[in-house]
Write a protein that binds this ligand. Structure first.
Ligand code: GLY
Ligand code: MN
Length: 462
């Protein structure tokens, strides 16, 4: 846990973003896996963690904007709980660790909220995303669960985003520690990527590395020789010479800060000429995008710069053709690069996404596009100092998408379909780093993870 004053200061800053009423942060509850007592590993809600820091189920935090108090609601363990779970600090002791003096049993939360409702006070809450929380909030607010989304506090959403987006030194250190663990996960995967190995063997080992360093993986491991499927969680293929292996994996620290790294390597350790050519186009897009990061630059502009680099590279290989700028303006690159360049990262691997991408990634200046490809860009607005973002361009040969475009003769002035046909067995390549926006541009966070053709080949040989 961070020092108590970190949490107090965050709550004080949040007060300045809001007008009046009660702010309700519901912690997560345990969620049943296959029967009530066998639960999924507990994961606390990220906004609750940010403002109240306590990391176990059945807690709520309230900030009273009108009388200036903060309060933690939770129940002390009784002797039956202690038999199974051991003695734990009291709620009072725990709350003091996050700078909160007022505590009350959980059942008093409903009394407080009911009283506030009856007095017509404003009650701010964030969009719930878990079944248990939806039911809890629905009871507290006396609102049908389907009505909760319409009643979330936009003021609170915007305030939380404003604070959580800008990372302080303590948070950056947590994130970098997890990128260093990701270094071990990725270099281990690279060394294991030999013909005959089943994807699951590597996925299991790297997930184990995450767990043995304190936290779980920050999202289900993506590890596949079919990297053309962007989020491929099937791990049953046997690695074969000639395939590329996409490894997109990161982990969470004990305080739940994430890393999210992707590397793509040739099975067996040596890039073929064709693999190397496509790889270097993606690498070039990754490097150009990173170099273009600057305070005040819209991330959408950097996304489009990466797209431009991809089109230039694919044109040089005869896969695309025509005017590069026009191709990007028309979205022709989305046949190969259909997703966004990156996303914010912090306590959530897609940081704050549950509060609504439209609030996190867009504003009055940069409006979210509805076009295929650009619509998948989770974040388009201007970068600010101490934002942590991923930079993750890719090139994918998705046979079904190629067929669908080709049948329509779509963007035929920019795409050399005869040549594209010869890449349908290629798979995909993505290269992802986590960066910090600084006064001088971007700092790629953590211990450098092998990335150039030479570095990857050298690591795979070692
Ligand atoms: N690493 C998975 C993603 O960013 O969507
Ligand atoms: Mn990512």
């Amino acid at each position: 846990m961070f020092p108590a004053k970190v949490y107090s200061e965050r709550r004080t800053k949040l007060r300045k973003e809001l007008s009046k009423g009660l702010v309700l942060f519901l912690g997560n509850q345990d969620s049943a896996f296959n029967y009530p007592a066998n639960t999924y590993s507990f994961r606390q809600d990220s906004s609750f963690l940010y403002f109240f820091g306590l990391d176990h189920p059945d807690l709520a935090g309230v900030i009273d904007l009108d009388n200036g108090t903060d309060q933690v609601f939770g129940d002390d363990l009784d002797i039956n709980d202690i038999i199974w779970m051991g003695k734990q600090p009291t709620i009072k002791e725990q709350a003091l660790n996050v700078g909160v003096e007022n505590t009350a049993p959980l059942k008093e939360l409903s009394v407080l909220v009911k009283d506030a409702r009856e007095k017509g006070r404003m009650i701010h809450f964030l969009p719930p995303y878990r079944g248990e929380t939806i039911l809890w909030l629905s009871d507290l607010m006396n609102l049908d669960h389907l009505k909760l989304r319409e009643n979330v506090s936009i003021e609170l959403i915007k305030g939380v985003i404003k604070l959580r987006m800008v990372k302080d030194d303590l948070e950056i250190k947590e994130i970098e520690k997890m990128i260093d663990v990701a270094w071990l996960m990725h270099t281990t995967a690279m060394k294991m990527a030999k013909p005959g190995v089943v994807e699951q063997e590597i996925a299991g080992v790297i997930e184990g590395i995450a767990l043995s360093h304190g936290g779980p993986v920050s999202f289900p491991v993506i590890l596949s020789i079919n990297g053309q499927t962007l989020h491929n969680h099937y791990h049953g293929n046997t690695l074969a010479e000639g395939r590329m292996l996409v490894i997109d994996a990161g982990c969470e620290s004990g305080l739940h800060y994430a890393s999210d790294i992707t590397r793509t390597v040739p099975v067996g350790g040596k890039f073929s000429q064709r693999q190397k050519e496509i790889y270097e186009v993606v690498l070039n897009a990754n490097l150009a995008a990173t170099a273009a990061v600057k305070i005040g630059v819209p991330f959408r502009k950097i996304h489009l710069l990466a797209a431009t680099e991809i089109v230039k590279g694919l044109k040089a290989l005869g896969i695309m053709k025509g005017d590069v700028k026009e191709a990007v303006n028309n979205g022709a690159h989305t046949l190969f690069f259909p997703h966004g360049l990156g996303h914010p990262m912090g306590l959530d691997v897609h940081d704050l996404e549950g509060l609504g991408e439209i609030f996190v990634g867009y504003d009055n200046e940069v409006i979210r596009s509805k076009e295929f490809g650009l619509a998948f860009l989770r974040f388009g607005r201007k970068l600010q100092k101490n934002f942590v973002m991923t930079i993750e361009p890719g090139i994918y040969f998705i046979p079904e998408l190629i067929d669908s475009w080709k049948n329509e003769n779509k963007m035929a002035e920019f795409i050399n379909y005869d040549k594209v046909e010869t890449y349908k067995d290629f798979g995909g390549i993505r290269i992802e780093d986590d960066i910090l926006v600084t006064d001088n541009g971007a700092r790629v966070l953590g211990k450098p993870i092998p990335k150039t053709v030479e570095e990857v080949e050298k690591t795979m040989k070692s």
